[in-house]
Design a protein around this ligand. Structure first.
Ligand code: ZN
Length: 439
């Protein structure tokens, strides 16, 4: 089996308007090269399966085991039909069925275990029926590790031209050719069934940061009503003999209103036996302090035994803070998008823009503690030259580094939680990273 690649959404098109992962402009670097998650993952997905995860549906194809906690931070393992995912974990985004510029083997080599693909983009091109005819996303992309697909809702609301939002679904026009389509909760389940990811997401409505209380109340009600329809259609599809074993994650909305968050969490927990939960509606333009406050509320509200996927968060410092507040899975286009803009993360300097003239004769690696191919092989002066010249190799090399940086950070966080040193380590890490940032 090949190692796997990532998918949808990777870079830009993936999560457009919404905040690009919280858009912190400076986050940290981090990750020590040998953090747990990263290292053992280097063997790729195949290795993961050899570790004993069932490769075909057993009685319990999806489960989550918590190994340790420090404060709210948790270290666990999310089991899927395509192998285990040690958590906390970052999922690289592959918008179009590819983590931009990298092969599946490279995505595995930087430590990724699970990748994300975008339903909206793959629905428009090449189309779910094409992907299904070619064996599903895993076979199509040659990624044998776990895959998560989003519901497409985010892109429909941010990329497409919305024609009409009704109780039964959303009519929209493709941003590619203007063609008209209609997404209902049932249709979104059918599309994600055809794509064949391990984890599929419920169709939800995500109000922007700053939305009024009444807007959020309405969105919560619609999200819950759509969740029931997703749950029922998903159940029917899973009952079919043929096809992949999948699990459906509900998306928790509620913006930054604490009581609405609590109520939504309780409502969602009461209508299904979920194997994991997604926290949506954050990193959409609200103040950072509101995001942290909301995550703290959710930590006390959500059951400890389910993995929590914080959608769209993945700048290094944000990831670390969210881990400290009990989140387990993350995705963000920042590592790949930033790479294409010539920016990279460095543990001691925060986020750096390689176009800066101060790197012209800088013969140090991007990050002296990083074990990625880019840092082992090239200096900043050469990388700067590639960026300034607009060379494709710059995109590849910076993508390799940025992804390794985040994946190693998540892996080290995991190792620190397991050994009980997470709190002091993360405090020092953030201090160093944020002190060094360019601003
Ligand atoms: Zn590196």
């Amino acid at each position: 089996m090949t190692a796997g690649p990532g998918k949808a959404g990777n870079g830009d098109p993936g999560r457009p308007a919404k905040g690009d992962c919280g858009k912190p402009v400076n986050d940290g670097l981090g990750g020590s090269p040998d953090s747990g998650a990263g290292t053992s993952l280097l063997g790729g997905v195949g290795a993961a399966q050899r570790d004993g995860a069932p490769s075909v549906a057993g009685p319990e194809p999806f489960s989550f085991e918590l190994h340790a906690a420090q404060g709210a931070a948790r270290a666990g393992t999310f089991q899927t039909p395509h192998g285990p995912v040690p958590t906390p974990a970052f999922m690289p985004v592959g918008t179009q069925g590819t983590v931009k510029t990298l092969t599946p083997e490279e995505v595995a080599e930087v430590g990724a275990r699970m990748v994300l693909a975008n339903t909206y983009h793959l629905f428009l091109r090449p189309g779910p029926d094409v992907v299904r005819a070619l064996g599903g996303l895993h076979a199509f992309m040659r990624w044998e590790g776990p895959i998560l697909t989003d519901s497409g809702g985010f892109q429909v609301f941010s990329l497409a031209r919305i024609r009409k939002i009704r109780e039964d679904g959303v009519e929209f026009q493709s941003h590619l050719d203007g063609s008209r389509h209609f997404f209902t909760p049932e249709r979104v389940m059918e599309i994600q069934r055809a794509l064949g990811a391990d984890v599929v997401m419920a169709f939800d409505e995500c109000p922007p940061g700053g939305a009024s209380r009444s807007e959020v109340e309405k969105a919560n009600a619609r999200t819950l009503a759509w969740l029931l329809r997703c749950r029922d259609r998903f159940g029917e599809l899973q009952a079919e003999e043929e096809g992949p074993r999948q699990t459906l994650f509900p998306v928790l909305q509620g913006n930054v209103y604490e009581d609405l968050r609590r109520q939504q969490a309780r409502d969602v927990m009461s209508v299904g036996e979920w194997k994991g939960l997604a926290i949506g509606g954050l990193s959409v333009g609200e103040a950072k302090e509101d995001m942290w406050r909301t995550l703290a509320v959710l930590h006390h509200e959500l059951p400890a035994g389910l993995p929590r996927y914080l959608m769209g968060v993945g700048y290094p410092a944000d990831l670390l803070r969210a881990v400290a507040l009990g989140c387990d899975l993350f995705d963000c286009v920042a590592p790949t998008r930033n790479a294409r803009h010539g920016t990279a993360w460095s543990r001691g300097e925060g986020q750096v823009n390689l176009k800066h003239s101060r790197f012209k004769l800088d013969t140090r690696p991007l990050d002296e503690t990083c074990d990625c191919y880019t840092c082992r092989r090239f200096d900043r002066a050469y990388l700067r030259h590639l960026v300034v010249a607009g060379e494709w190799l710059a995109h590849r090399l910076l993508t390799l580094h940025n992804l390794r940086f985040l994946l190693a950070l998540a892996a080290e966080a995991r190792a620190r939680i397991l050994e009980g040193s997470f709190e002091s380590w993360s405090r020092d890490w953030l201090l160093r990273f944020e002190k060094g940032r360019e601003g």
